[in-house]
Design a protein around this ligand. Structure first.
Ligand code: N01
Length: 541
């Protein structure tokens, strides 16, 4: 790979690697590439680092993975020195952490902010990617790494009249940087996924009237957020080697927790209820790992779903509202489970109204109201918590052309096709971090990001050390992997929900279960085995 070894002789407009995005994936990618002596340019459309945590500044935004685990593990000093303040870090603190990492590892000098990558085309004659950016420049690179994030392409809903609305409209995934104060305002929130469920209780405290427009009721578990004590932090720090090993190799979702050894129907009703109660009181995502078959067996799943529906009925005083808030059209966990602080109790407030837009969809938005079933709900501001074009949306916005001028969008028209979620055949030297076909959004993202970045860096070094120019997924290996991803998903309850995992939230998007549900441990092993066998399933030239 002569281009890599003659880095210093190149013009400044030529790099070994172009990285798209300076979120947690792009930042770590840059750090690892530097460690290999490779030149890299990172393009970031925002004006700062942090990716999802740069954009998602809505009230109440925080991570649903505990902060001591939602953090990089690649630097022992970093994980020992950073003080997380709460069990679940709020967005400003995660953004501060991202900025700290950028400073600590001197990353900014290779990141170009406020710049979108618009086009990337593979030049087959020279085995180089030509990358064009929104500032009108074109650079070349041996490799392109798409660190574009899975939930970064905020989706505006197609609702009649939205453009006529005279008040302010905010999307949770594209929140303004200046503070938004809803004090004294009538606010409408459309959407009750994680973003809606986190923001509703906070907005309710400010707004004079809050109207929540719910299409699908969602399962949510209390976060039980609390300040972290020095003792709790130290316990993690002392045990980080084992905690990180477990998260990478053992835990299915990359989160250190107890592993269930029995199914929900192996326990009697009282025992089961006591276990759910204990997890409900503990709070957080581990509610779903009380038993080992909740994602597999509908009857087992029903026991957990019934428990949560019962909790909603206990919390919400108005019976009609409680009934509307009880999810009834998907197994618990088959849509990303939500983690909340006072979400259901918020509907007991006199200034909060729930409007069911499942039975009566929004007719239109007028200049000052949302019209449902002939009634106008007057609002001064609208919050759209309507989600993202997940996993493929940000990649699809870039005009990516591989061999023969084929675009990635053409190739993925019937759904994304990758080998290991890392590469797509016909697109040599183009890597995706946490792409479709990898555990990605089903896992602690930082665990999956670090695994992908390490694998990609090792792969680039392997090519360089052998004087090879390209790596490309073989079509048969990719076909086999796509089949495997689908087969594993089909053994679970996940495909039963109209979720963004399935592309179901975007009209016209192919219904394919996009992430790989085989677990981060087995997946890591598969990736390692592929590399150990000389990158089996890839062509290297
Ligand atoms: O988006 P969503 P999100 N008219 O797609 C509704 C991660 N995340 O931003 O279900 C009316 O889940 C839609 O209704 P329905 C996390 O992985 C993490 O909340 O399609 N309603 C749904 O209620 C999460 O899963 C964290 O029927 C419309 C909502 O809008 C992912 O991001 C925090 C509509 C969208 O829910 C996405 O979460 C936040 C329309 N036209 C997010 N279109 C944490 O770590 C959509 N909806 C804590």
């Amino acid at each position: 790979m002569s281009a890599t070894s003659s880095v210093t002789a190149k013009s400044p407009e030529s790099y070994d690697v172009v990285v798209v995005g300076a979120g947690f994936a792009g930042m770590y990618m840059l750090h690892r590439l530097r460690g290999q002596g490779m030149t890299a340019r990172v393009y970031e459309q925002g004006s700062g680092v942090g990716g999802t945590w740069y954009w998602n500044r809505y009230p109440g935004a925080r991570c649903d993975v505990e902060s001591m685990q939602y953090s990089y593990s690649f630097s022992e000093e970093l994980q020992q020195e950073w003080d997380w303040s709460e069990r679940y870090a709020p967005q400003p603190e995660i953004l501060k952490y991202a900025n700290h990492v950028a400073d600590r590892f001197d990353l900014r000098r290779d990141i170009q902010f406020n710049t979108r990558v618009e086009r990337a085309a593979f030049d087959e004659a020279n085995n180089l990617w030509s990358v064009s950016t929104s500032d009108g420049r074109t650079v070349t690179a041996k490799f392109v790494v798409l660190a574009t994030g899975c939930l970064s392409n905020a989706r505006m809903p197609e609702i009649k009249g939205l453009d006529r609305f005279k008040g302010k409209v905010y999307h949770t995934g594209h929140w303004p940087h200046e503070e938004v104060d809803f004090t004294g305002q009538r606010v409408g929130v459309i959407g009750t996924g994680s973003s809606g469920i986190q923001s509703v209780p906070v907005i309710a405290e400010q707004a004079s009237q809050l109207t929540v427009f719910q299409r699908t009721a969602n399962f949510s578990i209390p976060a039980r957020n609390a300040p972290l004590t020095q003792e709790e932090r130290q316990k993690f720090r002392d045990n980080y080697p084992e905690i990180r090993r477990f998260a990478r190799e053992v835990a299915k979702n990359g989160i250190y927790t107890e592993m269930p050894d029995r199914g929900a129907l192996d326990d009697g009703g009282n025992e089961r209820r006591a276990k759910y109660e204990a997890r409900w009181n503990r709070g957080g995502l581990t509610f779903m790992s009380v038993y080992n078959n909740l994602a597999l067996d509908k009857a087992a799943n029903d026991t957990a779903a019934d428990f949560v529906r019962g909790k909603i009925a206990e919390i919400v005083k108005d019976r009609e509202t409680a009934k509307l808030l009880q999810p009834n059209n998907h197994p618990i966990g088959s849509k990303r489970i939500c983690i909340d602080t006072n979400y259901f109790a918020t509907f007991n407030r006199p200034n909060v109204t729930l409007v069911d837009i499942k039975s009566n969809p929004i007719e239109e938005i007028t200049e000052n109201a949302v019209r449902v079933a002939g009634r106008d709900y007057e609002v001064d501001a609208l919050v759209l918590a309507t989600g993202f074009d997940a996993m493929t949306g940000s990649v699809a916005k870039i005009d990516i052309r591989g061999r023969g001028g084929q675009t990635l969008n053409q190739k993925w028209a019937a759904g994304p096709r990758t080998y290991l979620g890392l590469m797509s055949s016909g697109f040599p030297n183009l890597f995706v971090v946490t792409g479709p076909g990898s555990p990605s959004v089903l896992s602690n993202m930082i665990v999956s990001i670090e695994q992908h970045v390490d694998w990609i860096t090792d792969c680039m070094a392997y090519l360089r050390d052998r004087g090879l120019d390209t790596i490309e997924a073989r079509v048969d290996a990719e076909d086999k992997w796509v089949t495997h991803v689908n087969e594993v998903a089909a053994t679970t309850l996940y495909p039963q929900a109209n979720s963004w995992y399935m592309g179901a939230n975007v009209p016209g998007k192919p219904r394919i279960f996009m992430p790989y549900i085989g677990g981060v441990g087995p997946y890591r092993q598969i990736c390692n085995d592929v590399a150990a066998k000389g990158y089996e399933g890839f062509v290297m030239e």
